[in-house]
Design a binder for this molecule. Structure first.
Ligand code: NCD
Length: 310
């Protein structure tokens, strides 16, 4: 895989072949992620975690991935304690981090921040979420979850439910699913529809897309229901948020008409969109999805750092 030295800012930075190669590589990492096999693939490597926005899974799964592979992390996990609080620019911060580490993982509230970081750094930069922009590594682990459940991605019917406007995980995932031959069903409140640019890009790629705001109808012949949180923090106006808050919730009654093999996914955190009663059904795949973050991020880091897997 020719990922060595490359940035991952947008999911568009990867070809379909590179995505499927990463998914295959990540499968082999599962025993290491589970702690059943040891590896020193990243021995001697330092990965910087630059997180300027809240994160639990993304940062901790990246850190777990590095450490299970024998590497080390340096971390900014609170923008309030870095020198950006004193007025240092993101450019200067990243430029300096790139001289301390071998790769940088960045999360930032501003769309475009990861691109700026990639320009500032001479080491690989991985976007762990830039505002309402992209979250490409989440898309990879979402794809890994679907591929594990169904053995393939082409032909899957995937319902994307919720905040398709501000949800960066959806922006990356919809594109990836599209180029890998899945069919998309968009189910969102009217105010939170997928942005026009994303929709026309998918149309131009020839992706099969329908809109079905009625969730019970949308799930009827779906393989995957991908639920998202309304991204409260991205609304310019609290009043606009209140109009859509709580407008959908997945519970056993919504799933009553679903195929037995339907999987319910969610990048997490959930904030009321999935009733905990769904956790006990065979449909629930979101905790497996959260675990697969580790092997997928291992495969990616190994690739961009040019390390030997295993
Ligand atoms: C997502 C994010 O940060 O975009 N979380 C994650 O990385 N798993 C989704 C969200 O915050 O709703």
């Amino acid at each position: 895989m020719a990922l060595k030295g490359r940035d991952l800012v947008s999911i568009r930075d990867l070809s379909p072949r590179e995505i499927t190669d990463l998914l295959s590589a990540s499968r082999k990492m599962i025993p290491i992620a589970e702690g059943k096999k040891s590896s020193n693939a990243l021995a001697g490597k330092i990965v910087a975690m630059a997180f300027f926005e809240p994160s639990t899974r993304t940062r901790l799964s990246f850190e777990t991935a590095v450490q299970r592979l024998g590497g080390r992390c340096i971390t900014i996990a609170d923008s309030g304690i870095s020198s950006m609080k004193k007025g240092e620019s993101l450019y200067d911060t990243v430029r300096m981090l790139s001289s301390y580490s071998d790769a940088i993982v960045i999360r930032h509230p501003n769309e475009g921040a990861a691109r700026l970081a990639a320009d500032a750094s001479d080491k690989p930069v991985i976007n762990a979420g830039d505002g309402a922009g992209q979250h490409p590594t989440q898309a990879l682990l979402d794809l890994a979850t679907m591929r594990e459940a169904f053995g393939t991605l082409a032909g899957l019917k995937v319902v994307l439910l919720g905040d398709l406007k501000y949800g960066r995980t959806v922006h990356s995932l919809a594109y990836a699913l599209g180029i890998l031959g899945a069919e998309l069903v968009l189910a969102s409140p009217p105010a939170l529809r997928l942005p026009d640019e994303s929709r026309s890009e998918l149309d131009q790629l020839g992706v099969k897309i329908t809109e079905e705001p009625d969730v019970s109808r949308a799930v009827r012949d779906a393989d995957v229901l991908y639920v998202t949180r309304i991204q409260k923090e991205r609304f310019p106006d609290e009043g606009e948020y209140r109009k859509v808050a709580g407008s959908y919730r997945i519970d056993a009654s919504v799933l009553a008409s679903a195929k037995p093999r339907l999987i319910v996914m969610h990048p997490l955190p959930r904030a009321g969109e999935i009733d905990p009663e769904v956790d006990r059904t065979p449909h629930a795949a979101y905790f497996r999805e959260a675990f697969l973050a580790v092997p997928v991020r291992m495969a990616l880091l190994t690739g961009v750092l040019g390390a030997k897997a295993g």
